[in-house]
Design a protein around this ligand. Sequence first.
Ligand code: FPP
Length: 255
Amino acid sequence: MIKFFQSWLDKKKSPSTVQETSDIIPKHVAIIMDGNGRWARKLGLPRVVGHRNGMMAIKRVTIAADEMGISILTLYAFSTENWKRPKDEVDYLMSLPQEFLALELEELIQKNVQVRMMGHTEGVPSSTLEALREAIVKTKNNTGLILNFAFNYGGRHEIVESVKKVAALVQSGEMSIDDITEDTIQSHLISNDLPDPDLLIRTGKELRLSNFMLWQTAYSELWFTDIYWPAFKEEHLREAVASYGQRTRRYGGLS
Ligand code: FPP
């Protein structure tokens, strides 16, 4: 069975530290950071340079999100499908959390940011997992922005794993089929202690979800931009949040 990072870490769930924010500012923003390769190609640079600049964008967007009063920022940093890329590129992407945290962990600690990861551990180099584990442990009591990396993450797989856990409960007689609700499935997802994203941003022109948080985005507001991720700045985040502030969320009801 695929092992999730949370169980690998064997970390007890800490009580929710999510801060209350106003209605206009989304509490949870999730971002599909796309366009690193095209950004690099436009400048005649190797794709990995796009990924490195994408990593730098993470820092400025994290700071901006924190200053704007966003409580949770989930970033799609590596999907379970990204293993299909050339080995050199995969190796480089696998090294980025370590590099990012070597550069930024101290500042994240100072800024009271809590680092998390959701995804599988299988295939991820131990040095990468150790860097993430260190960041998670060192920041677990921080009460500010939650910076949640979706790393080696796949939305369908997350749902399948949840369903398997529920099926095991039914099989062992601890639960009856009639008792299964949406909450049952939700409570067995790896992100089960975080609220659903209010706002989902995708950079880099494409208009799709790419297997990202399929369960949790059922009622997320969507915002797409042509800007490639390495060029994404605070002003773009503010634009997305301003658009969110104009929306009426009806969750299938009437306003
Ligand atoms: C998609 O762009 C981006 C990724 C597959 C990787 C995203 C990773 C980062 C932004 C940095 C991660 C850093 C840390 C600290 C985890 P693409 O390569 O598919 O771009 P393209 O569609 O233009 O080719």
